[in-house]
Design a protein around this ligand. Structure first.
Ligand SMILES: C[S@@+](CC[C@H](N)C(=O)[O-])C[C@H]1O[C@@H](n2cnc3c(N)ncnc32)[C@H](O)[C@@H]1O
Length: 279
């Protein structure tokens, strides 16, 4: 059996759902406190990926899809990106996520923004859910790390119309990790792997996609990581008031750790845009 014909079960994504439903819950309020200061004025819209709103909009622009296009947000979380794209690009967005807690927040976000006619959120698992239609585009922000690339891209090829666009922004492996670093970046975060851009290219071309663009975003990723440590230290008292001293210390240690791996040249960040081949 290849990875492509493996039938996914809800069990496969149990660890992911547990991570976002339970472990990340306290994280949400800290995230909302820290990231407006990390990204700067107007650049935080609630996103859980390592991107400013400007970078998210640049990804959508690179997808080059007209208003009214129907686009799938894979691993939409609390749906900040779905809301942003539906609003700015007049796309119709279907967001799917396995985790109930972020989706509940997403549903409130969409209702509050009056975007209910453009954004539909479904709780489900992307391999199994029957969407009942083909999409003009699909994207993931901070979500594709939870998937095996070849298996995910085979599924995306089946969900997109010929000529449809796929885009994602994700961490990429740019050096050799120690065993501890690997464990920390993969199994501890319910991620099967950290791919290189070449591995992403191979998985895309092997599954019916033409790669249009691979944009290196490592320089800004480094800035976000640096700022995420600095801002946490500045906001120590507020973070402790929201959570606990232990939470604060763990959160700074984790942010510092990833920062060090990135500074060592082992972890980068990329935007990838591809087109579903015709035929
Ligand atoms: C880091 S969050 C990113 C959320 C959102 N894209 C954003 O930028 O704020 C990753 C999300 O992917 C979801 N996810 C992971 N595996 C999934 C799967 N197989 N099907 C649907 N959602 C999945 C998780 O539940 C989580 O909410």
């Amino acid at each position: 059996m290849t990875t492509h014909d493996h039938q996914a079960t809800a069990e496969d994504f149990h660890a992911v759902a547990a991570l976002y439903d339970d472990a990340m819950e306290g994280n949400n309020s800290v995230h909302d406190l820290v990231y407006p200061k990390v990204y700067g004025e107007g650049e935080y819209v609630g996103q859980f990926s390592d991107n400013s709103a400007g970078e998210l909009l640049a990804m959508a622009a690179a997808m080059d899809l007209p208003p009214g296009s129907h686009v799938l947000d894979i691993g939409c979380g609390t749906a900040p990106v779905a809301a942003l794209f539906a609003d700015r690009f007049a796309w119709r967005v279907t967001g799917i996520d396995v985790s109930a807690t972020p989706l509940a927040k997403g549903r409130r976000r969409i209702a509050d923004a009056g975007l209910g006619d453009r954004v539909r959120l479904v709780q489900g698992e992307v391999y199994q859910h029957r969407f009942g239609q083909l999409f003009d585009g699909a994207y993931g922000t901070g979500a594709f790390c939870h998937f095996d690339p070849a298996r995910l891209f085979a599924r995306c090829a089946a969900l997109l119309r010929p000529g449809g666009r796929l885009a994602f922004m994700e961490r990429v492996r740019t050096g050799e990790f120690t065993e501890r670093e690997w464990r920390h970046l993969t199994s501890e975060w319910a991620c099967p792997t950290v791919s290189t851009t070449e591995e992403y290219r191979t998985a895309l071309t092997g599954n019916g996609f033409r790669v249009e663009e691979v944009r290196d975003l490592t320089a800004t990723f480094r800035d976000w990581q640096d700022r995420s440590v600095v801002v946490r230290r500045e906001l120590r008292d507020e973070i402790v008031a929201l959570t606990s001293v232990e939470y604060y210390e763990t959160s700074v240690r984790l942010a510092d750790y990833e920062n060090a791996v990135t500074k060592a040249g082992k972890l980068g960040y990329a935007l990838v845009v591809a087109t579903r081949e015709v035929g």
